[in-house]
Design a protein around this ligand. Sequence first.
Ligand code: F6R
Length: 270
Amino acid sequence: MKHKDISYKRAGKFEESRYEKIHNVVFDNSIIASIAVAEEISNLIKSKQKTNEKCIIGLATGSSPIAVYNELIRLHNEEKLSFHNVITFNLDEYLPMHKKDIQSYYYFMHEHLFNHIDILPENIHIPDGTVSNDGLYQYCVDYELKIRDTGGLDYQLLGIGRTGHIGFNEPGSEESSITREVTLNQITLDDAAPSFGGVENVPTKAITMGVASVLKAKCIYLMAYGAGKAQIVSDTITNDITDKVPATYLQKHTNTIFVLDNEASSLLPA
Ligand code: F6R
């Protein structure tokens, strides 16, 4: 199928995007948008296979990437897309959190992707929500080094929180931040409350890759769908860079593409 072109273009180059500081592509709905994103990922994996290279991908959880993962599974089952050369690093995990817990991002990733494709288990990296307080700092440093030593991220998939977080880099996060322990913003806790059966059950801490960890990726695709994301998408794309909206740091990255649906793009300037 021929999709809209979602490759990178420099924002501000054309009159139409004079208020926009991040290149974005708008789709009629999130399913066709997600299929286009999955195709980009699939093309990258296959091009790396041709040259016998590993493909290092940063992954997100949450509602935004689910249809991408569904499409990747379909490509694996029906079009023989193999993940044997793929190494993944997930952005974040709640703290404390057990792998077996159905609210864990470990569980989410296996349920929505890893259990259905041929990725090697040793190539999967998800921050461990059971690390003890004593070992936490070193664990985070090691996670960061592991990304670097593996060759660095070829591709980073992101969602965006209503606080403007990427990963769990909440307002106030530094541009230089790396993988570390963070405290979640109240809006983020409220948004997670339904899946935890009440806000009092949501862990208030997490491990997240940092802003700097994300910005090092060679290519970044951020997906945002639905009216609930319209305000933060508009703030991120049109405001100046500020730690109050950590996603604005993406304005500095020269290969970032926002993939939106009509609702999420509805507050962008005409
Ligand atoms: C998840 C993550 C978060 C989400 C964001 C959007 O691993 O890092 O930044 O991407 O909270 O979540 P959804 O897609 O559920 O709206």
